[in-house]
Design a protein around this ligand. Structure first.
Ligand SMILES: [Fe+2]
Length: 480
């Protein structure tokens, strides 16, 4: 085992909550084996839990936004009742460039974009999402661009990945893989036309379809959804202010006077066949699932009525994503393909985000969603995990306790399991009072019973973003 250092951060923290305390980056890349386990790791659980997160290596150049930090992967490999922890940077071109310079070279999204930077004004950090497809683990960035390939289990960055040159432009976070066909659907967005592109990669990882999606203007979109035959794309009225953008400035605007539109496109269809369903303005970071039911497409996700609400800290509703106070609620839409009408129904009044499901049911009718519960705090923190029955909004919750903050919980199917919730919910948790990070393993069949096993992590794992479970069987099929 390599030496363990509980020191939090080398990056200088300005007056920014996302560089301090539980959010502060860690600088040590460690491997720690035979971790202490409280409780018992289930015999039918074997694989690697991975989480991506922003973790700036150098003191920021200018104002820092939580979305800016270099990608860092934290992973726990569970096998034969034992656990190993590793954390590694996503070594992107921008990261290596700043390593060579010994300081930050790129500014973040709170600063005026520097178009003299090679490859665009912002550093592709690969810090947002992780997706395992066609035997390759991809780290993805919320602003799109090329993916980065990572090797398991050592988390070495294998470089940028453009699908052997097939990728026409970029791939944003949150591609969706159909577990029945192995196809991966993805999208990309840009301030330059086409403002959105949509694509499909087959089970072998080859891109078989790419098409532009016409939008009235540039948009900031974050996720998609799939059904057996369709892909759902979004046109929600959040974007960089176009007048300021031409002056080289970035300011995020949410225009409540515009509709939000949900686009339905055949999986392999050209972009100009997309059918748009108009609804009132809303924003959604993350979908949960979608499926076909008769003439309807059902979509479930975490709807935000106003992503830029007035608050005491922000009375003029100036978009200050630094504070990220969100009010997303579990919501179901029904899009009627015959009538063109949309029915929208909020299913609960408890704010939650970073939802996950049993991915083996992606694109078909599903019942359960596992949503981190948003704490009433100035920053985006999760103080519990909710298991939702999305048919009726019923729920059960495991609350983490005072000053204990969890994150997105991946669903790891139990080996040999058959029911939708035969599996485990896995999340990192930071106990702020004890300055201790843990990995919780909870039984999805009985979330309210609390963790069946708690793995003690020998360094602080900062609050982060998205997670991925890679089973031992998937790991064995890795293509390196
Ligand atoms: Fe996301």
């Amino acid at each position: 085992m390599e030496p363990v250092n509980m020191q939090a951060a080398t990056t200088v923290a300005e007056d920014n909550p996302y560089l301090q305390g539980k959010f502060a980056p860690v600088s040590n890349e460690i491997t720690a084996e035979n971790l202490e386990v409280r409780g018992e790791l289930p015999a039918d659980l074997s694989g690697i839990f991975l989480r991506n997160s922003p973790n700036p290596k150098h003191a920021p150049k200018g104002r820092y936004h939580w979305f800016d930090g270099d990608g860092m992967i934290h992973a726990v490999h569970i096998r034969d009742g034992k656990a190993t922890y590793r954390n590694r940077y996503v070594r992107t071109r921008g990261f290596e460039r700043e390593e060579a310079a010994g300081e930050a070279v790129y500014t973040g999204i709170m600063e005026r974009p520097d178009f003299t930077q090679p490859g665009g004004p912002f550093k592709n950090t690969g810090n947002t999402d992780l997706h395992y497809h066609a035997g390759k683990l991809l780290a993805l960035w919320w602003l799109g661009g090329k993916a980065h390939r990572l090797r398991l289990p050592d988390l070495e960055t294998l470089g940028e990945w453009d699908f052997c040159g097939q990728l026409s432009r970029g791939i944003a976070s949150h591609p969706k893989t159909d577990p029945r066909t192995g196809e991966m659907m993805f999208f990309d967005f840009s301030v330059l036309p086409p403002f959105m592109t949509y694509g499909v990669a087959n089970a072998a990882g080859e891109i078989t379809h790419q098409t532009p999606i016409e939008l009235p203007g540039a948009r900031l979109q974050h996720d998609i959804a799939i059904t057996e035959n369709y892909t759902l794309l979004f046109d929600m009225p959040m974007f960089w202010d176009p007048e300021l953008l031409v002056q080289g400035k970035t300011k995020v605007v949410f225009d409540r006077s515009m509709p939000a539109r949900i686009g339905v496109i055949g999986r392999h269809a050209p972009g100009d066949t997309i059918r748009w369903f108009d609804t009132g303005a809303f924003y959604m970071y993350h979908t949960i699932n979608a499926w076909e039911e008769g003439d309807e497409i059902v979509l479930v996700g975490c709807r935000i009525d106003d992503p830029v609400p007035a608050s005491r800290e922000n009375p003029k509703r100036i978009p200050r994503l630094n504070f990220l106070q969100l009010d997303p609620y579990l919501t179901r839409w029904r899009l009627n393909l015959k009538t063109g009408l949309v029915k929208e129904e909020q299913l609960d009044d408890v704010p939650s985000e970073f939802p996950r499901t049993n991915d083996s049911l992606l694109g078909i009718r599903q019942r359960f969603s596992y949503n981190p519960r948003i704490a009433r705090a100035p920053q985006l923190l999760f103080d519990g995990l909710i298991k939702y029955d999305t048919e009726n909004g019923d729920s059960s919750t495991w609350a983490y306790g005072e000053k204990r903050w969890g994150g997105e919980a991946s669903f790891a199917p139990a080996i040999g399991g058959s029911a939708e919730d035969d599996g485990y919910l896995i999340t990192f948790l930071y106990d702020e009072g004890r300055n201790q990070s843990e990995l919780l393993v909870m039984d999805a069949r009985d979330l309210a019973a609390g963790p069946v096993a708690t793995i003690i992590i020998p360094q602080r794992v900062p609050i982060g973003y998205h997670t991925q479970w890679v089973s031992e069987a998937e790991l064995a099929a890795q293509v390196v």
